[in-house]
Design a protein around this ligand. Structure first.
Ligand SMILES: [Zn+2]
Length: 384
Protein backbone atom coordinates (compact mmCIF):
# COMPACT_ATOMS: atom_id res chain seq x y z
CA UNK A 1 0.00 0.00 0.00
CA UNK A 2 1.28 3.46 -0.85
CA UNK A 3 1.59 5.55 2.29
CA UNK A 4 1.14 9.28 2.21
CA UNK A 5 3.73 11.57 3.79
CA UNK A 6 1.44 12.39 6.72
CA UNK A 7 1.00 8.71 7.55
CA UNK A 8 4.73 8.07 7.23
CA UNK A 9 5.42 10.99 9.51
CA UNK A 10 2.98 9.61 12.07
CA UNK A 11 4.59 6.16 11.90
CA UNK A 12 8.02 7.70 12.45
CA UNK A 13 6.73 9.79 15.35
CA UNK A 14 5.34 6.67 17.03
CA UNK A 15 8.64 4.86 16.49
CA UNK A 16 10.55 7.71 18.14
CA UNK A 17 8.14 7.69 21.10
CA UNK A 18 8.27 3.90 21.47
CA UNK A 19 12.07 3.91 21.29
CA UNK A 20 12.56 6.53 23.99
CA UNK A 21 9.89 4.95 26.22
CA UNK A 22 11.57 1.54 25.99
CA UNK A 23 15.19 2.71 26.17
CA UNK A 24 15.00 5.80 28.36
CA UNK A 25 16.97 8.98 27.76
CA UNK A 26 18.26 8.99 24.18
CA UNK A 27 20.14 11.31 21.85
CA UNK A 28 19.10 12.35 18.34
CA UNK A 29 22.14 10.49 16.98
CA UNK A 30 21.02 7.32 18.72
CA UNK A 31 17.50 7.66 17.27
CA UNK A 32 18.92 8.21 13.77
CA UNK A 33 21.15 5.17 14.02
CA UNK A 34 18.81 2.72 15.75
CA UNK A 35 15.61 3.60 13.91
CA UNK A 36 17.23 3.92 10.49
CA UNK A 37 15.77 7.43 10.03
CA UNK A 38 17.44 10.41 8.42
CA UNK A 39 19.01 13.11 10.61
CA UNK A 40 16.54 15.59 9.20
CA UNK A 41 13.48 13.46 10.04
CA UNK A 42 14.66 12.88 13.62
CA UNK A 43 15.44 16.55 14.00
CA UNK A 44 11.97 17.67 12.77
CA UNK A 45 10.14 15.14 14.94
CA UNK A 46 12.08 15.90 18.11
CA UNK A 47 11.72 19.68 17.63
CA UNK A 48 7.97 19.26 17.27
CA UNK A 49 7.81 16.99 20.35
CA UNK A 50 9.79 19.48 22.42
CA UNK A 51 7.44 22.26 21.33
CA UNK A 52 4.40 20.14 22.26
CA UNK A 53 5.85 19.29 25.68
CA UNK A 54 6.23 15.57 24.91
CA UNK A 55 10.04 15.55 25.05
CA UNK A 56 12.54 17.65 26.98
CA UNK A 57 16.25 18.15 26.64
CA UNK A 58 17.95 16.89 29.78
CA UNK A 59 21.58 17.86 29.32
CA UNK A 60 24.61 16.94 27.34
CA UNK A 61 26.22 13.54 27.39
CA UNK A 62 29.92 14.20 26.87
CA UNK A 63 31.01 10.65 27.64
CA UNK A 64 32.40 8.49 24.86
CA UNK A 65 33.98 9.48 21.59
CA UNK A 66 32.73 12.07 19.10
CA UNK A 67 30.75 15.23 19.60
CA UNK A 68 28.83 15.69 22.84
CA UNK A 69 25.18 14.67 22.42
CA UNK A 70 22.09 16.39 23.76
CA UNK A 71 20.01 13.82 25.62
CA UNK A 72 16.23 13.75 25.25
CA UNK A 73 13.70 12.39 27.69
CA UNK A 74 9.95 11.82 27.66
CA UNK A 75 7.73 13.79 29.97
CA UNK A 76 5.92 10.86 31.66
CA UNK A 77 2.58 12.51 32.35
CA UNK A 78 2.10 13.78 28.82
CA UNK A 79 -0.08 10.71 28.18
CA UNK A 80 -2.13 8.46 30.45
CA UNK A 81 -3.45 4.95 30.06
CA UNK A 82 -6.36 3.25 31.84
CA UNK A 83 -6.56 -0.48 32.62
CA UNK A 84 -9.53 -2.19 34.22
CA UNK A 85 -9.93 -5.80 35.33
CA UNK A 86 -13.50 -7.03 35.68
CA UNK A 87 -13.62 -9.63 38.47
CA UNK A 88 -16.37 -11.71 40.09
CA UNK A 89 -17.73 -9.02 42.40
CA UNK A 90 -15.62 -5.92 41.71
CA UNK A 91 -13.31 -4.19 39.25
CA UNK A 92 -9.67 -3.19 39.69
CA UNK A 93 -8.73 0.10 38.07
CA UNK A 94 -5.23 1.28 37.26
CA UNK A 95 -4.14 4.55 35.65
CA UNK A 96 -0.55 4.81 34.46
CA UNK A 97 1.55 7.56 32.97
CA UNK A 98 3.13 7.06 29.56
CA UNK A 99 6.13 5.26 31.06
CA UNK A 100 3.78 2.71 32.63
CA UNK A 101 4.18 3.86 36.24
CA UNK A 102 0.99 3.42 38.23
CA UNK A 103 -0.40 6.73 39.43
CA UNK A 104 -3.79 5.49 40.58
CA UNK A 105 -4.96 2.07 41.63
CA UNK A 106 -8.27 1.21 43.24
CA UNK A 107 -10.93 -1.38 43.76
CA UNK A 108 -14.47 -0.58 42.61
CA UNK A 109 -17.36 -2.63 43.96
CA UNK A 110 -19.94 -3.26 41.25
CA UNK A 111 -22.38 -5.84 39.98
CA UNK A 112 -20.13 -7.41 37.39
CA UNK A 113 -22.40 -10.41 36.85
CA UNK A 114 -24.82 -8.32 34.79
CA UNK A 115 -23.02 -7.22 31.62
CA UNK A 116 -25.28 -4.28 30.78
CA UNK A 117 -25.21 -2.87 34.30
CA UNK A 118 -21.47 -3.41 34.70
CA UNK A 119 -20.66 -1.67 31.41
CA UNK A 120 -22.96 1.21 32.33
CA UNK A 121 -21.07 1.65 35.61
CA UNK A 122 -17.79 1.58 33.70
CA UNK A 123 -18.95 4.41 31.43
CA UNK A 124 -19.76 6.45 34.56
CA UNK A 125 -16.05 6.35 35.46
CA UNK A 126 -15.10 8.28 32.35
CA UNK A 127 -16.01 11.92 33.21
CA UNK A 128 -13.89 11.81 36.40
CA UNK A 129 -10.96 10.15 34.63
CA UNK A 130 -11.11 12.60 31.76
CA UNK A 131 -11.14 15.61 34.06
CA UNK A 132 -8.32 14.25 36.26
CA UNK A 133 -5.85 13.05 33.63
CA UNK A 134 -4.67 14.82 30.50
CA UNK A 135 -4.40 12.98 27.19
CA UNK A 136 -5.79 9.53 27.99
CA UNK A 137 -4.62 7.39 25.06
CA UNK A 138 -6.93 4.46 25.62
CA UNK A 139 -9.09 2.40 27.93
CA UNK A 140 -8.25 -1.29 28.34
CA UNK A 141 -10.53 -3.91 29.87
CA UNK A 142 -9.38 -7.35 31.03
CA UNK A 143 -12.05 -10.07 31.22
CA UNK A 144 -11.96 -13.59 32.63
CA UNK A 145 -13.14 -15.61 29.65
CA UNK A 146 -12.92 -16.05 25.91
CA UNK A 147 -12.42 -12.69 24.21
CA UNK A 148 -12.21 -11.62 20.57
CA UNK A 149 -9.76 -8.70 20.95
CA UNK A 150 -10.03 -7.68 17.28
CA UNK A 151 -13.66 -6.64 17.71
CA UNK A 152 -13.75 -6.22 21.49
CA UNK A 153 -16.32 -8.97 22.00
CA UNK A 154 -16.56 -11.17 25.09
CA UNK A 155 -17.56 -14.46 23.48
CA UNK A 156 -18.19 -16.16 26.82
CA UNK A 157 -17.23 -15.77 30.44
CA UNK A 158 -18.34 -18.44 32.90
CA UNK A 159 -17.03 -16.33 35.80
CA UNK A 160 -19.13 -13.31 34.87
CA UNK A 161 -21.95 -15.14 33.06
CA UNK A 162 -21.47 -12.93 29.99
CA UNK A 163 -22.12 -14.25 26.49
CA UNK A 164 -21.56 -12.45 23.16
CA UNK A 165 -21.15 -9.00 24.69
CA UNK A 166 -19.76 -6.40 22.29
CA UNK A 167 -17.92 -4.30 24.87
CA UNK A 168 -16.44 -1.79 22.42
CA UNK A 169 -19.78 -1.12 20.74
CA UNK A 170 -21.44 -0.45 24.09
CA UNK A 171 -18.67 1.70 25.56
CA UNK A 172 -17.50 3.71 22.56
CA UNK A 173 -20.46 6.09 22.66
CA UNK A 174 -19.49 7.30 26.13
CA UNK A 175 -15.73 6.73 26.17
CA UNK A 176 -14.19 8.63 23.25
CA UNK A 177 -10.71 7.00 23.23
CA UNK A 178 -9.56 3.68 21.73
CA UNK A 179 -10.96 0.78 23.78
CA UNK A 180 -9.18 -2.53 24.02
CA UNK A 181 -10.49 -5.81 25.45
CA UNK A 182 -8.33 -8.80 26.33
CA UNK A 183 -8.55 -12.00 28.30
CA UNK A 184 -7.33 -11.36 31.86
CA UNK A 185 -4.41 -13.85 31.70
CA UNK A 186 -3.23 -12.44 28.38
CA UNK A 187 -3.44 -8.95 29.95
CA UNK A 188 -1.44 -10.04 33.03
CA UNK A 189 1.25 -11.45 30.74
CA UNK A 190 1.90 -7.86 29.57
CA UNK A 191 2.28 -6.50 33.08
CA UNK A 192 5.69 -4.75 33.34
CA UNK A 193 6.72 -6.18 36.70
CA UNK A 194 10.47 -6.39 36.03
CA UNK A 195 10.44 -10.18 36.17
CA UNK A 196 11.91 -10.42 32.72
CA UNK A 197 14.01 -7.88 30.80
CA UNK A 198 12.20 -5.20 28.75
CA UNK A 199 13.78 -6.45 25.55
CA UNK A 200 12.92 -10.14 26.05
CA UNK A 201 12.31 -11.95 22.78
CA UNK A 202 9.48 -14.18 23.99
CA UNK A 203 7.78 -15.40 27.13
CA UNK A 204 5.22 -18.05 27.90
CA UNK A 205 3.25 -17.00 30.96
CA UNK A 206 1.31 -19.59 33.00
CA UNK A 207 -1.22 -18.40 35.54
CA UNK A 208 -2.51 -20.87 38.13
CA UNK A 209 -5.34 -19.73 40.42
CA UNK A 210 -9.00 -20.77 40.35
CA UNK A 211 -8.28 -21.93 36.80
CA UNK A 212 -5.16 -22.39 34.71
CA UNK A 213 -4.46 -20.10 31.76
CA UNK A 214 -1.52 -19.05 29.67
CA UNK A 215 -0.28 -16.55 27.13
CA UNK A 216 2.54 -16.52 24.62
CA UNK A 217 4.11 -13.06 24.30
CA UNK A 218 6.44 -12.37 21.40
CA UNK A 219 7.97 -8.90 20.94
CA UNK A 220 5.40 -7.45 23.40
CA UNK A 221 2.53 -8.88 21.39
CA UNK A 222 0.32 -11.53 22.88
CA UNK A 223 -0.67 -14.34 20.53
CA UNK A 224 -4.46 -14.62 20.21
CA UNK A 225 -4.80 -17.53 17.80
CA UNK A 226 -7.31 -17.82 14.94
CA UNK A 227 -10.23 -18.36 17.34
CA UNK A 228 -8.66 -16.51 20.27
CA UNK A 229 -7.88 -19.59 22.37
CA UNK A 230 -4.07 -19.62 21.94
CA UNK A 231 -2.24 -20.23 25.21
CA UNK A 232 -4.94 -22.45 26.81
CA UNK A 233 -2.39 -24.46 28.73
CA UNK A 234 -5.01 -25.58 31.29
CA UNK A 235 -6.29 -28.19 28.84
CA UNK A 236 -2.99 -29.89 28.13
CA UNK A 237 -3.40 -33.50 29.24
CA UNK A 238 -0.68 -34.24 31.78
CA UNK A 239 -2.02 -37.37 33.49
CA UNK A 240 -3.23 -40.51 31.75
CA UNK A 241 -6.74 -41.35 32.99
CA UNK A 242 -6.74 -38.38 35.37
CA UNK A 243 -9.87 -36.57 36.60
CA UNK A 244 -12.56 -35.67 34.05
CA UNK A 245 -12.37 -32.05 32.86
CA UNK A 246 -15.24 -29.76 31.80
CA UNK A 247 -13.77 -29.93 28.27
CA UNK A 248 -14.47 -33.69 28.13
CA UNK A 249 -10.85 -34.87 28.40
CA UNK A 250 -9.32 -36.68 31.32
CA UNK A 251 -6.22 -35.46 33.16
CA UNK A 252 -6.12 -31.82 31.94
CA UNK A 253 -3.61 -29.68 33.87
CA UNK A 254 -6.46 -27.56 35.28
CA UNK A 255 -8.21 -30.58 36.85
CA UNK A 256 -5.05 -31.30 38.84
CA UNK A 257 -3.31 -28.04 39.75
CA UNK A 258 -5.92 -25.27 40.01
CA UNK A 259 -6.35 -24.03 43.58
CA UNK A 260 -9.68 -25.83 44.11
CA UNK A 261 -8.25 -29.10 42.84
CA UNK A 262 -5.09 -28.88 44.95
CA UNK A 263 -7.21 -28.20 48.04
CA UNK A 264 -9.32 -31.24 47.11
CA UNK A 265 -6.20 -33.43 46.74
CA UNK A 266 -4.82 -32.20 50.06
CA UNK A 267 -8.09 -32.91 51.82
CA UNK A 268 -8.09 -36.44 50.36
CA UNK A 269 -4.74 -36.82 52.14
CA UNK A 270 -6.35 -35.66 55.37
CA UNK A 271 -4.99 -32.09 55.34
CA UNK A 272 -7.55 -29.31 55.66
CA UNK A 273 -5.97 -26.34 53.92
CA UNK A 274 -7.71 -23.20 52.72
CA UNK A 275 -7.02 -20.88 49.80
CA UNK A 276 -5.68 -18.24 52.22
CA UNK A 277 -3.24 -20.80 53.65
CA UNK A 278 -1.91 -21.45 50.16
CA UNK A 279 -1.26 -17.76 49.57
CA UNK A 280 0.60 -17.45 52.89
CA UNK A 281 4.35 -17.00 52.57
CA UNK A 282 4.79 -19.09 55.69
CA UNK A 283 2.77 -22.02 54.44
CA UNK A 284 5.37 -24.70 55.11
CA UNK A 285 6.45 -23.22 58.43
CA UNK A 286 2.84 -23.48 59.58
CA UNK A 287 2.31 -26.96 58.17
CA UNK A 288 5.69 -28.45 59.13
CA UNK A 289 4.01 -29.50 62.41
CA UNK A 290 0.97 -30.97 60.70
CA UNK A 291 0.66 -34.75 61.17
CA UNK A 292 0.05 -34.97 57.40
CA UNK A 293 3.18 -33.01 56.51
CA UNK A 294 4.70 -35.79 54.40
CA UNK A 295 1.48 -36.17 52.43
CA UNK A 296 1.30 -32.42 51.87
CA UNK A 297 4.85 -32.44 50.48
CA UNK A 298 3.96 -35.38 48.26
CA UNK A 299 0.97 -33.51 46.77
CA UNK A 300 3.10 -30.44 45.94
CA UNK A 301 5.80 -32.60 44.37
CA UNK A 302 3.10 -34.19 42.18
CA UNK A 303 1.72 -30.75 41.29
CA UNK A 304 5.26 -29.67 40.33
CA UNK A 305 5.63 -32.72 38.08
CA UNK A 306 2.32 -31.99 36.37
CA UNK A 307 3.18 -28.33 35.80
CA UNK A 308 6.66 -29.39 34.60
CA UNK A 309 5.09 -31.82 32.12
CA UNK A 310 2.94 -29.02 30.66
CA UNK A 311 5.91 -26.62 30.56
CA UNK A 312 8.00 -29.24 28.70
CA UNK A 313 5.38 -29.38 25.94
CA UNK A 314 5.33 -25.57 25.79
CA UNK A 315 9.13 -25.39 25.51
CA UNK A 316 9.11 -27.98 22.72
CA UNK A 317 6.31 -26.23 20.83
CA UNK A 318 7.11 -22.54 21.29
CA UNK A 319 10.77 -22.38 22.33
CA UNK A 320 10.26 -19.20 24.43
CA UNK A 321 13.18 -17.34 25.96
CA UNK A 322 11.38 -17.20 29.33
CA UNK A 323 8.74 -19.26 31.09
CA UNK A 324 6.99 -17.34 33.86
CA UNK A 325 5.05 -19.48 36.33
CA UNK A 326 2.59 -17.46 38.38
CA UNK A 327 1.07 -19.69 41.05
CA UNK A 328 0.26 -19.64 44.77
CA UNK A 329 2.69 -22.58 45.19
CA UNK A 330 5.77 -20.58 44.19
CA UNK A 331 7.05 -20.18 47.76
CA UNK A 332 7.27 -23.97 48.13
CA UNK A 333 10.67 -25.36 47.29
CA UNK A 334 9.26 -28.88 46.73
CA UNK A 335 6.97 -27.57 44.05
CA UNK A 336 9.69 -25.57 42.29
CA UNK A 337 12.32 -28.30 42.33
CA UNK A 338 9.84 -30.93 41.08
CA UNK A 339 8.77 -28.57 38.26
CA UNK A 340 12.36 -27.87 37.20
CA UNK A 341 13.44 -31.54 37.44
CA UNK A 342 10.50 -32.58 35.25
CA UNK A 343 11.31 -29.91 32.64
CA UNK A 344 14.89 -31.14 32.60
CA UNK A 345 13.88 -34.74 32.09
CA UNK A 346 10.98 -34.22 29.65
CA UNK A 347 11.67 -31.18 27.42
CA UNK A 348 14.04 -31.31 24.48
CA UNK A 349 17.55 -30.75 25.76
CA UNK A 350 18.67 -27.95 23.43
CA UNK A 351 15.79 -25.48 24.06
CA UNK A 352 15.23 -26.41 27.72
CA UNK A 353 18.85 -25.71 28.64
CA UNK A 354 18.43 -22.25 27.12
CA UNK A 355 15.00 -21.41 28.53
CA UNK A 356 14.89 -19.45 31.73
CA UNK A 357 12.05 -20.61 34.01
CA UNK A 358 11.01 -17.97 36.52
CA UNK A 359 8.62 -18.38 39.45
CA UNK A 360 6.86 -15.03 40.01
CA UNK A 361 6.84 -14.00 43.66
CA UNK A 362 3.54 -12.09 43.35
CA UNK A 363 0.59 -12.51 40.99
CA UNK A 364 1.00 -10.37 37.87
CA UNK A 365 -1.53 -7.56 37.58
CA UNK A 366 -4.15 -7.80 34.83
CA UNK A 367 -5.21 -4.10 34.99
CA UNK A 368 -1.58 -2.94 34.83
CA UNK A 369 -0.92 -5.25 31.88
CA UNK A 370 -4.08 -3.91 30.25
CA UNK A 371 -2.84 -0.31 30.63
CA UNK A 372 0.46 -1.37 29.02
CA UNK A 373 -1.39 -3.07 26.20
CA UNK A 374 -3.13 0.26 25.50
CA UNK A 375 0.29 1.98 25.36
CA UNK A 376 1.61 -0.69 22.95
CA UNK A 377 -1.46 -0.22 20.75
CA UNK A 378 -0.95 3.55 20.75
CA UNK A 379 2.63 3.03 19.58
CA UNK A 380 1.80 0.37 17.00
CA UNK A 381 2.87 1.42 13.53
CA UNK A 382 0.85 -1.10 11.54
CA UNK A 383 -2.30 1.01 11.53
CA UNK A 384 -2.46 1.61 7.78
ZN1 LIG B 1 -9.79 -29.80 29.82
Amino acid sequence: MVKGPAVLREINEKRVLAYIRANGTSSRQELTKNLGLSKNTVSLITEEFIKEGILREVGIDSKGVGRPRMKLDLIPDIYHSVGLHVRDTFCELVVTDYLGSIIESRKLMMNTQNAAQCLKEITLLWPKLESTYSNIIGFGIAIPGLVNPDEGIVISSSHLHWKDVNVIKILEKQIPVPIKVLNRVKAAALSPEKIIPEDADSTFYIRIDEGVGGAFVHNKDVLSGFNYTAGEVGHLVVKHNGPLCTCGQKGCLETLVSIGNVIRRLSEMGANITENDLYSNHFFTIYSFDPNYNEIVKVFKEVGKEVGTAVSTIINLFNPQFIVIDSPYNEMEFFKSATLATIKSKALKYPSERTNTIFASNPLSSPWGMAMSVIHQFEATNFV
